[in-house]
Every structure is written in structure tokens, then in C-alpha cells.
Write a protein that binds this ligand. Structure first.
Ligand SMILES: Cc1cc2nc3c(=O)[nH]c(=O)nc-3n(C[C@H](O)[C@H](O)[C@H](O)COP(=O)(O)OP(=O)(O)OC[C@H]3O[C@@H](n4cnc5c(N)ncnc54)[C@H](O)[C@@H]3O)c2cc1C
Length: 591
């Protein structure tokens, strides 16, 4: 991690000078993002990163944002049969979607990395996703899965498959490129994959898959990672193996992937999501299908290694929607008047906009810290920190996108609810992030798992201590005090949960996740504020840190009043939700 000195931006942003968010360079009008790039991109790459992000910010705020609206109104269609009646299972995209994909491929991480012939810093990839999701979060889903499948193929595919597939996934040109996708969810469930029914059968030294997948996004991708149970393998998760299913068989004929129907979705319409059947689909193992007892070669472990990266991607997508929602709100509030004043002169509107910025800076601090740790090898502390930061970031980023998109709809009043304004689509798109790559509950349970299996909370608390120890400025004294108290509360929660019965632990999973997430964001904001005070003398970030701790950590009276052995919500579940009569003595003691 590098900390570089940058002059504060001389000119304040004037939202009244912009007619619309679309048409602006979303990188250059985002000082917080530029600060994160300063902080995390290695000094040697900084000028290069600046150039590529300037270009990308212009595209995302310009043509990519405009096309996203057209694509949303003209989503991909499924063509079942060609004019001769032959089944083709083909997805037909609007021309704007093709132009979108081309720009994203060639000017995004893939094209830039290939042209520069160098690995790009992970935080640059996050900055890319963050900017793209402000315009078209569905396309980030496609890009993220492509990166994930590419890395699975690179690490685990047999050499001849690597040679066949990777050139298409790593080409800088859109023409001839292959997207990736991952089909895990079956009709019986996405959170609990143990019931997966797709079968893998040995065939002439190769493998054939048969079965159905219920949610398949980017369904026309040509490199699909999926889970299937080899014949005779164990039940449950242990027996699942990971396979690559290419769009074409080795002989060049279409593989056995039958698209049954496209989902009629609430949002993220730019990426087609379908139900499919694998029918004798040619597949290549990405794990050892015959060694289901060896945890190293188990399919689910390998798939999950990709899922952690995708979860951070979804957190960043939520963050992107938070930012777009703020930008739309700030521009609108600078133009609209009510009761003789601009909206952004009314106290309640000011507070809303400040809260939006504060939330964005908190989540972005956490996402980029996690991103800077991604793929770290040989650093156990870094690995454990990354392990827990990802679900903490996904929890707040995904929900934050939804909350702020809803807030933006309201800021625009009736107009915000109307599809000719961009806020309605942002709200529809944002809902997906709390479900993709693990629902909020599953993410909270994952935080418990990271604590129980990896002691990841120790790495997190050490990180908080580092921020506290590095801060001496008097202006941040109050923030430090609140964080130090929140850290003590976190330790109390952790000690409590370690001894609590399993149902009580699960009952509090959301509370502990929220607390740890907010503690982490506060400590990273403290660090950034200290850095800004030292390097430029500005206390703007210090003000953000103050608002953040006041709002999230100081106002609740501490988390322990809600984290107790009280199981009345479990005991009274039937009475409350099924409207059963309840004897007064069944009420727990106290208020
Ligand atoms: C637009 C879209 C695109 C998608 N694309 C893909 C894709 O490309 N590939 C893919 O594999 N999947 C995809 N999915 C599926 C997605 O990953 C699943 O929907 C998600 O994992 C949840 O699974 P489920 O729908 O079966 O819900 P369920 O697992 O049935 O969950 C239902 C509810 O129960 C809760 N729940 C479940 N278990 C627990 C528990 N132990 N404790 C507490 N609460 C629990 C969940 O939080 C949720 O609220 C997509 C979904 C959507 C909406």
C-alpha cells in the first residue's frame, strides 16, 4: 500500500453547472475515487492508471451510460429456432448492447491489460467496476464472471483446454472473444447447493453433463463453470465436482446447452438470465471428479474461491449505484426549487446529501481496502483480513446501493419514479445485489464462518488498532474515542457469540455483521482523514469520519443491548406471525 501526497482539488464541484450526470467524466468528478487510487495504486503505476481511468470515466459517464438506458428498454431476446425450424437457443442483443460489450471488452480491464502486457493492480479493476456499475451494473456481472472463469481455467483446466479457451478469454479484441459465466443455482436452491442434481457421466475418457440450472446469467457466454455430481459420487456438497462447459464441443459443433427461457427480471436487463438444460454437454473437469474426499480438489471449494472475488465485485457494484444515486440527487437538488429555494438549500435535503456522501466514502474505503488485499499470497494476516472484509463489504455495499437508489428516487420526487429518469432503473438494478452471490442472510452467516474457522476477526481488530495507532490529530480525538469504544463492544460481541448456542449466534449474525462492518469503515475513514490532514491540511475527510461515527456507532447506545441470550423472537415466532393467542406469562420478563 502506498500513501502519496496529492494537492487537494482547488475547485469545488458545482452541481448546478451540470445539466445531467450523463455526459460527464465520472472519474474526474469523483475526488473520493481519485483519492483511493492515489492510496492503493502503486506509485509506479499511478500515471498510467490516471490515463486509463480518465478514458474509462469518460466512456462510463458518456456513451456507456446513454446506451444502458436503450438496452434496458430493449433487453436481450431468446431466439429458440432459426427460420428453418432448427433449434438454435440463440440470444439476440440490441446493437447498442453489442457496442456496449465491445467498449467494455476493449477499453476495460481485459483490453487494457492485454495491450499493456502487464497485470493490472486489483484496485484498478475495482475502480473500473465501480465506474461501470454506475451506468450498467448488469454488464459488470458479465465482466466479473468472465474474469472469474478465466482464472479457474488458468489454474485448473487440463493443458489442451487451456490452450483452446484462454486465447479467446484473454484477447484484447472483442471480435472472437469469449465471455464467462457460472451456472450453480438449480431449481431446488441457490444458497444450499447440496441438493444439486446435475449429473456428470464418464464418456470415452471425457465427461458429459445432464441436468438443469435455474439461474444462468450471461447465458450466451462461451466458457461456463458449473457444478455437477459425478455418477456414484457422495451426496451433499462433498460429491460435487467443478466443470468447464464450453459453448462448442471440441469438434466445433454447438455444445448441449439448451436455453429454455429467459427470466423476466425486475432489473439488470442488459445481461440475459435464463433457465437451461445441459443435454449430453461436453465438459472438462476443473477439479478432480474422482477425489471428492480430498478437500483440495473438491469442486465446491474451487468454485467458492471464485465466489469470494465475485462477492467483492457485487459490493463494488452496489457502491457504484450509491455513487450514481448521489450524483443524480446532487444535480437535481441543485436545479429544482421548492418553496422559493433550491432543494439543496433546505436543511433536510442537505442532511440527506451529506449522509449519502458519508455512506459512499465508508463503503468505498472498505471495498478498496479489500481489493488491495485480493490475491495476496504468503501473507496469512492479509488473507484472513480479506476473508472477512469481503462479506462485510458485500453486506453494506449491496444494501447501500438499494437504500441510496431509493433515496435518489425520492430526491427527484414524482419524476424519480418515472422510467424516463435514470433513478427508477437504478432502483430496479440495485435490488439484485443483495441476492447475487449470496443473499444478505447467507453473507451474515459467512461472517460467522470466517470468524469461527479462520479467526478472521483477529485480523480485523488488528487492522482497527493500526488505524487508531496511526492517528494523533486533535481534530480526530472524538472519532478515535468512539472507534475505541466500538472496538471494545466488538470484542464483547465476539466473546458472547463464541459461547452462545448456535441458534442465538445465527439470530445475531446480522447485528454482528453490521457492527463489524461499520467499525471497519470508521477506522478506515479515520486513517484516510489523518492522512489528509497531514498531507494537505484539509479536514474534509475528518468531517466525513465524524458524521460516520456519529450516525453509525455513537447513536445506538452500543450493540450489546440487542445482543443477548433473549430468544423470545424465536420462541414467540408462531404466536406473532400466525396470529396465535399468547398467554401473558409467556411474555419474557422486562420491557
Ligand atoms: C437476476 C439474477 C441472476 C442470477 N444469476 C445467477 C447465475 O448466473 N448463476 C447462479 O448460479 N445463480 C444465479 N442467481 C441465483 C442466485 O445466486 C440465488 O437466487 C441466490 O443464491 C439465492 O438462492 P435462492 O434463490 O435459491 O434462494 P434460497 O436459497 O431459497 O433463499 C430464500 C431465502 O431464504 C434465506 N435463507 C436461505 N438459507 C438460509 C439460512 N441458512 N439462514 C437464514 N436465511 C436463509 C435467504 O437469505 C433468502 O432470503 C441469480 C439470481 C438473480 C435474481
Amino acid at each position: 500500500m502506498t500513501t502519496q501526497t496529492r494537492k487537494p482539488d482547488a475547485e469545488a464541484i458545482d452541481y448546478s453547472a451540470y445539466d445531467s450526470a450523463v455526459g460527464l467524466n465520472w472519474y474526474s468528478i469523483d475526488p473520493n475515487l481519485r483519492g483511493l487510487v492515489d492510496r492503493y495504486v502503486p506509485a509506479a503505476d499511478r500515471d498510467w492508471a490516471e490515463a486509463v481511468l480518465q478514458r474509462w470515466g469518460e466512456l462510463c459517464g458518456g456513451p456507456i451510460a446513454s446506451r444502458a438506458e436503450t438496452i434496458d428498454k430493449n433487453p436481450p431476446q431468446l431466439q429458440h429456432y432459426d427460420p428453418w425450424g432448427k433449434e438454435v437457443s440463440r440470444i439476440v442483443h440490441h446493437p447498442d448492447a453489442i457496442a456496449q460489450k465491445k467498449d467494455i471488452w476493449e477499453e476495460g480491464p481485459r483490453g487494457v491489460e492485454a495491450r499493456a502486457a502487464r497485470a493490472i493492480p486489483t484496485v484498478l479493476g475495482s475502480a473500473w467496476s465501480y465506474l461501470l456499475s454506475q451506468s450498467d451494473t448488469g454488464m459488470v456481472c458479465a465482466t466479473g464472471m468472465t474474469g472469474g472463469v478465466e482464472s479457474l481455467v488458468e489454474r485448473y483446466a487440463p493443458p489442451e483446454v487451456r490452450e483452446r479457451v484462454l486465447p479467446h478469454m484473454q484477447t484484447p479484441e472483442f471480435e472472437g472473444s469469449w465471455d464467462g459465466a457460472m451456472f450453480m443455482t438449480e431449481i431446488r436452491g441457490g444458497s444450499d447447493l447440496a441438493s444439486s442434481e446435475t449429473v456428470a457421466r464418464r464418456d470415452n475418457g471425457g465427461w458429459r453433463l445432464n441436468g438443469s440450472k435455474w439461474f444462468c446469467s450471461n447465458v450466451d457466454a462461451r466458457a461456463i463453470a458449473t457444478l455437477a455430481r459425478p455418477e456414484g459420487a457422495a451426496d451433499g456438497l462433498r460429491g460435487l465436482a467443478l466443470f468447464l462447459v464450453p459453448g462448442e464441443r471440441a469438434d466445433g459443433s454447438p455444445n448441449g446447452i439448451r436455453i429454455k427461457r429467459l427470466k423476466d427480471k425486475l432489473g439488470t436487463k442488459s445481461v440475459p438470465t435464463a433457465e437451461i438444460d445441459f443435454v449430453e454437454a461436453e465438459a472438462y473437469p476443473l477439479s478432480n471428479p474422482q477425489a471428492a474426499s480430498d478437500s483440495e480438489s473438491r469442486g465446491l471449494n474451487r468454485m467458492m474461491s471464485m465466489v469470494n472475488g465475485s462477492r467483492l465485485g457485487v459490493a463494488t457494484m452496489g457502491l457504484g449505484i450509491m455513487r450514481r444515486s448521489f450524483l443524480e440527487s446532487a444535480i437535481y437538488a441543485a436545479h429544482r426549487t421548492a418553496f422559493g429555494r433550491r432543494l439543496d438549500e433546505h436543511p433536510l435535503v442537505r442532511e440527506t446529501l451529506v449522509n449519502m456522501v458519508t455512506a459512499i466514502e465508508g463503503v468505498s474505503a472498505m471495498c478498496f481496502e479489500a481489493s488491495s488485499l485480493a490475491g495476496m499470497t504468503g501473507d496469512e494476516q492479509g488473507r484472513r483480513l480479506y476473508r472477512i472484509l469481503v462479506p462485510l463489504a458485500k453486506f453494506r455495499g449491496a444494501r447501500g446501493g438499494l437504500e441510496q437508489a431509493s433515496q435518489a428516487v425520492e430526491m427527484l420526487g414524482g419524476n424519480g419514479y418515472i422510467e424516463t429518469w435514470p433513478t427508477a432503473r437504478q432502483l430496479r438494478d440495485a435490488q439484485c445485489h443483495t441476492i447475487w452471490e449470496g443473499t444478505e442472510n447467507i453473507i451474515c452467516l459467512d461472517v460467522l464462518r470466517a470468524m469461527a474457522r479462520d479467526n478472521a476477526h483477529d485480523a480485523l481488530l488488528d487492522r482497527v488498532d493500526k488505524s487508531l495507532a496511526g492517528s494523533q490529530s486533535a481534530a480526530l480525538g472524538g472519532v478515535r474515542d468512539v472507534i475505541a469504544q466500538a472496538r471494545r463492544d466488538a470484542q464483547e460481541i465476539i466473546a458472547f457469540l463464541a459461547k452462545a448456542p448456535d441458534d442465538i449466534r445465527q439470530l445475531h449474525a446480522r447485528r454482528v455483521t453490521a457492527w463489524l462492518s461499520d467499525l471497519t469503515q470508521a477506522s478506515l475513514l479515520l486513517e484516510a482523514a489523518e492522512n489528509e490532514l497531514k498531507t494537505s491540511g484539509s479536514a474534509r475527510k475528518a468531517a466525513v469520519a465524524r458524521f460516520f461515527v456519529r450516525e453509525r456507532l455513537a447513536s445506538s447506545g452500543g450493540p450489546m443491548h440487542a445482543i443477548t441470550e433473549d430468544r423470545s423472537v424465536l420462541d414467540l415466532f408462531e404466536a406473532i406471525t400466525r396470529y396465535q393467542p399468547l398467554a401473558p406469562e409467556a411474555l419474557p420478563a422486562g420491557a
